[in-house]
Design a protein around this ligand. Structure first.
Ligand code: NAI
Length: 397
């Protein structure tokens, strides 16, 4: 019988025939979703020979939702994802109809998906700007709900900013604002709970995957209470909840200032295994690290709430309007997000099938246009690339 993922006593219970909601996505979403779906189904079939399967359930968001019901993120979509706990999605453009400003942010906020998880690894054969790209193997845990992303800011010259400036000056004694007449002001909330739940997720991931080092990346030398708080609460959490692992050496927690981190990931990326970052630092670091191993076309991501079990797995690139509908897009980011999903539900064998097929394609320089151009080889179309992957899954032992 087909069923849905549930959480009981903090543990995921996964039926063998599982329904998973998907959002096709805008732009190249159409090109890559159905291509990726074929590969995922093939991998599950090969790994479990019919004992396990996925029933895909489409939920609407973005342009398709606007065309169907006039809303970019219908309540039904959110309700379905809430009910089924997990979903996978293609990229979504900025909405054209009524509704949310950013659909991705709305989904993250509605489901409180506090950890943005991005595993970064190099695939042999992929063009990279680094001499030794294989040394970059790091999983990013970016805090997803706080920081300047809370969107609390006031524009220069407005009555609102005048009120805030007067409060800062009159009541808080702030004299340090260099040009008050022309300043916009933003607020950066970073909390103990928000920091601790993110660092806990990063440490649990490290321990589950036998990775020793979790690095807290922050700018606490300048922003003492926000970025510094993130680092301090991270250490406190580690000492309070993982004393045995710290004492045995199974776990090492250290920290690094964010600007030095961006330098070190180029000079000595092998120093890092799992990194935990505040929201904005995590944003910069994710793209920088993805670029080191071949760019956004192959970088996967997931937004997860480890307490409720809600998780959305997604391609990290955008809708690529320049190549949409042309059968040229790279489905690998979405496929590697599916790998994360399969690992999340414990279907590791199926995840490995996809990874091995991609390894085979990349090492043979079988590339879509984004990777073919810098490698100076002839590009495969999306469908040709996917056919290659399906054949690789069929024939690889
Ligand atoms: P983009 O990622 O769509 O495109 C940047 C460049 O990368 C383009 O040249 C594009 O052709 C190429 N590219 C992206 N994905 C590719 C793939 N899978 N295969 C081959 N080439 C690929 O970024 P852009 O142009 O800034 O954003 C376009 C739209 O996407 C905007 O509406 C933006 O809001 C949205 N967006 C959505 C995201 C999401 O849903 N997670 C993330 C980033 C942007």
């Amino acid at each position: 019988m087909v069923g849905k993922l549930t959480i009981r006593d903090g543990k995921r219970e996964v039926p063998n025939h599982l329904t998973i909601p998907f959002i096709e996505g805008d732009g190249i979403g159409k090109d890559i979703w159905f291509a990726a779906q074929k590969v995922i189904d093939k991998a599950v079939d090969k790994a479990y020979d019919g004992r396990r399967s996925i029933e895909w359930k489409e939920v609407l968001a973005g342009e398709k939702a606007v065309q169907t019901c006039g809303l970019s993120l219908p309540d039904e979509t959110l309700a379905t994802i809430k009910e089924y706990l997990i979903a996978i999605k293609g990229p979504l453009g900025t909405p054209v109809g009524k509704g949310h400003r950013s659909l991705n942010v709305a989904l993250r906020q509605e489901l409180d998906l506090y950890a943005c998880v991005r595993p970064i690894r190099y695939f042999d054969g992929v063009p990279s700007p680094l001499k030794e790209p294989e040394k970059t193997k790091v999983t990013i845990f970016r805090e997803n709900t706080e920081d300047i992303y809370a969107g609390i800011e006031w524009q220069a010259g407005t009555d609102e900013v005048a009120k805030v400036l007067s409060f800062l000056k009159e009541e808080m004694g702030v004299e340090k604002i260099r040009f008050p007449e022309t300043s916009s002001i933003g607020v950066k909330p970073i909390s103990e709970q928000g920091s601790k739940r993110l660092v806990r997720a990063a440490i649990d991931y490290a321990l589950e995957n036998s990775l020793q080092t979790v690095t807290l990346v922050h700018k606490g030398n300048i922003q003492k209470f926000t970025e510094g708080g993130f680092c301090k609460w991270g250490y406190e959490l580690a000492q309070a909840e993982y004393p045995v692992q710290l004492a045995s050496g199974d776990l090492i927690v250290n920290d690094i200032i964010a600007d030095n981190f961006l330098q070190q990931i180029l000079l000595a990326p092998e120093k890092f295994q799992v990194v935990a970052l505040t929201n904005l630092n995590g944003d910069y670091a994710s793209d920088a690290l993805a670029a080191q191993v071949g760019g956004i076309g192959i970088a996967p991501g997931a937004n997860i709430n480890y307490q409720t079990g809600h998780a959305i797995f997604e391609a990290t690139h955008g809708t690529a309007p320049d190549i949409a509908g042309k059968n040229r897009a790279n489905p690998s980011s979405l496929l590697l997000s599916a790998v994360m999903l399969l690992e999340y539900i414990g279907w590791k064998e199926a995840a490995d099938e996809i990874v091995r097929a991609l390894e085979c394609a990349f090492s043979s320089k079988v590339f879509t246009i984004d990777l073919a151009q810098p490698s100076q080889v002839k590009a495969k179309t999306t469908s040709e690339f996917v056919d290659y992957l399906i054949e690789a899954i069929e024939f690889l032992d």
